[in-house]
Design a protein around this ligand. Structure first.
Ligand SMILES: NC(=O)c1ccc[n+]([C@@H]2O[C@H](COP(=O)([O-])OP(=O)(O)OC[C@H]3O[C@@H](n4cnc5c(N)ncnc54)[C@H](OP(=O)(O)O)[C@@H]3O)[C@@H](O)[C@H]2O)c1
Length: 278
């Protein structure tokens, strides 16, 4: 059985759907990953063969003022999952982020490129990556700019704001790859099926700025709103973000044959599903 930890989150809910059959989900009501006893109790009872950790403290700006909580959930929580999954002979899949890079490379990041997080969130997720290796059978899957049907995300925020305003200023100096949670689920499923180990990047292909992504969302959804450019510095967010954090997915393709669809195609598919679901 595959156990999804953080099963009520945006990614967690899609993991449950895409792994349907041999999967179970737990979230904060059933397991607190910051407690070794809680992790022990759940994993020793359920005895999964794979543990996917989609639980995290994901408020990037909130992490700046709640450093201790960020490290407890995103760092120590992963150590607990790694130790106990190792004890029961299970694989650990840890979901990580492009925010472990500083964004200064200027070309797509490879898995073994130097890391240099700019934020507390990035530091805490890096600590989680390192702690995942307490289980030799671990997989770290780095992704970015996620959106999906079951959580707060950029696509939903843009569509909501477009109902309230005729003009929106959107950052145009951060470049990344918008990624549909369902595409990431497909990559995670494939990596597990192939019994891959180590670190992999998994994002939808291609890249753009948040501004270009917003324009694509409105074009695909048939929404008329003027999108103007703004600089990251003008946003004045507490946490610094990498300006260019595109992830190279060549290793995923080389080892599994999988290349995730282009970000615009994924967006079209997401919006189609979203309309059907409403
Ligand atoms: N969203 C993105 O753009 C993005 C980009 C790159 C990487 N990631 C990574 O992808 C993963 C999934 O992200 P997501 O956006 O799906 O996150 P999410 O929607 O915030 O879901 C995280 C889940 O973890 C739960 N949780 C928090 N603390 C916990 C604890 N101590 N024990 C057990 N469960 C706990 C949360 O419960 P509460 O809601 O009750 O706190 C929530 O249900 C995370 O590892 C994140 O770092 C996300």
């Amino acid at each position: 059985m595959i156990l999804v930890v953080g099963a009520k989150g945006m990614l967690g809910q899609d993991l449950l759907q895409s792994l349907a059959g041999e999967v179970r989900g737990v979230d904060i009501d059933d397991i607190d990953i910051t407690s070794l006893e809680s992790v022990q109790r759940v994993l020793l009872t359920l005895k999964p063969r794979v543990v996917i950790n989609a639980a995290a403290y994901t408020d990037v700006d909130g992490c700046e003022s709640k450093q201790e909580l960020a490290m407890q959930v995103n760092g120590e929580g992963v150590a607990h999952l790694a130790m106990i999954s190792k004890d029961i002979g299970a694989k650990l899949v840890q979901v990580s982020t492009d925010y472990i890079f500083d964004g200064c490379k200027g070309s797509p990041y490879l898995e073994d490129d130097p890391i240099n997080p700019l934020s507390v969130y990035g530091e805490s997720k890096l600590s989680g990556e390192m702690n995942a290796s307490l289980n030799p059978d671990h997989l770290v899957v780095r992704t970015q700019w996620l959106y999906g049907l079951h959580g707060k995300n950029f696509v939903e925020t843009m569509l909501r704001l477009a109902k309230e305003k005729d003009e929106l200023a959107v950052v145009d100096d951060q470049i990344g790859s918008p990624t549909w949670t369902m595409a990431l689920c497909h990559a995670i499923k494939t990596l597990i099926e192939r019994d891959c180990r180590g670190t992999y990047h998994a994002v939808n292909s291609g890249s753009c700025s948040w501004n270009a992504f917003a324009q694509a969302i409105f074009a695909e959804a048939g929404v008329k709103v003027k999108v103007t450019p703004m600089a990251t510095t003008d946003l004045g967010r507490p946490a610094a973000r990498p300006l260019y954090s595109v992830l190279d997915c060549g290793k995923l393709k080389h080892d599994t044959g999988l290349q995730l669809e282009g970000w615009r195609e994924a967006l079209q598919n997401y919006l189609r599903l979203r309309v059907q679901g409403l």
